[in-house]
Write a protein of this length. Structure first.
Length: 258
C-alpha cells in the first residue's frame, strides 16, 4: 500500500511538473497569423472581429476526429457568455490545420457555428510554433499585443474559463464581483432512454432544468461523450424559481460506443 501511494503521488507530481514546464514555455510568446492563411465562413453575415483587448486563440490540428474533439457547440456557448459577461472585451480566433475547406465548412454548418475561422492548409502556422498535440495546450489567452498570458482550453475545463474571465475582468479594471455565485438546480427527468436512435437520423430529447436556489442560474457547459450529440439551450440566466428546457440532439453517423 505504501508503494502504491508513493507511485500515485509520484505520477501526480510528474504531471504537474510537465504542465508547469509547458505553460512556462508558452507564456509571453507572440502569435501572429501569416497573411497567407485563408479566412473562411459558412455564412456571409458572419460575426466580425471587434477591437478587443483580449483574444482566445485556438489551434486545431488534423490528428484524429476534428469534429469530435472540437465540440463547437461548447464554443458557441462560451462566445455567447462572453458577450453577456464581458462585452467588447474578447475575440475568439480559431485556426484549423486542414486540407479540406469543404469538410471544415460542413462541420461549421452542422454545429451552427457562425464565426469565421482560419484554415491552415499547408501547416504553416504549426511549422512556426510547433503546437502541442495535447488539446489542453492548443488554446491560449492573448493580450492586445498578441502575447500569450494564459494557457488552457476553457471548452474542456470550466475552471480554465473562470480563470480567463477573472483575468480579463481584472485587466479591464471593472468593479464587479467575479466570484462564482452558487445556486441549486434540479433536472427532470434525471434519466432518459433513447429507444429509437437510428443511423443518420436525428433524435431529439428535451430535459427541464429548474432553478431551486436564490440566485440566477447560468448554464455555460453541458458535456457529452461524442461529437454526434449536440445539446442546445438558452444562454440567458434562469431566474430563481423558474425553469427552462434544453434539447439534446443525437445524429448517429456510424456504429460506435458513446
Amino acid at each position: 500500500m505504501l508503494i502504491l501511494v508513493t507511485i500515485i503521488g509520484s505520477c501526480r507530481n510528474q504531471r504537474f511538473s510537465d504542465t508547469e514546464k509547458i505553460v512556462k514555455e508558452w507564456i509571453g510568446r507572440e502569435i501572429i497569423l501569416p497573411s497567407s492563411i485563408q479566412e473562411i465562413s459558412r455564412v456571409q453575415d458572419t460575426c466580425k472581429y471587434i477591437n478587443a483587448p483580449y483574444k482566445i486563440f485556438v489551434y486545431i490540428d488534423s490528428i484524429g476526429c476534428t469534429s469530435c474533439k472540437l465540440q463547437l457547440y461548447k464554443w458557441n456557448t462560451l462566445i455567447k457568455n462572453a458577450s453577456i459577461l464581458m462585452p467588447d472585451s474578447i475575440n475568439f480566433i480559431f485556426c484549423f490545420q486542414s486540407k479540406s475547406e469543404k469538410e471544415l465548412l460542413n462541420i461549421l454548418k452542422r454545429d451552427n457555428f457562425n464565426n469565421s475561422v482560419f484554415i491552415d492548409k499547408e501547416s504553416k502556422l504549426d511549422s512556426i510554433y510547433h503546437f502541442s498535440r495535447d488539446l489542453n495546450y492548443q488554446c491560449f489567452l492573448l493580450n492586445k499585443e498578441n502575447e500569450i498570458v494564459l494557457v488552457g482550453n476553457p471548452a474542456l475545463n470550466p475552471q480554465i474559463w473562470d480563470l480567463y474571465r477573472k483575468f480579463i475582468v481584472k485587466g479591464e479594471k471593472k468593479k464587479e464581483n467575479v466570484q462564482a455565485v452558487r445556486t441549486i438546480a434540479k433536472i427532470e427527468p434525471e434519466i432518459v432512454e433513447v429507444n429509437d436512435l437510428k443511423l443518420k437520423k436525428e433524435s431529439i430529447i428535451e430535459i427541464t432544468i429548474i432553478n431551486m436556489g436564490n440566485a440566477p442560474l447560468l448554464i455555460y457547459d453541458i458535456t457529452t461523450s461524442c461529437g454526434c450529440t449536440i445539446p442546445e439551450w438558452d444562454s440567458h440566466p434562469v431566474p430563481k424559481g423558474e425553469k427552462k428546457i434544453y434539447q439534446n440532439k443525437s445524429n448517429a453517423r456510424g456504429s460506435r460506443i458513446f
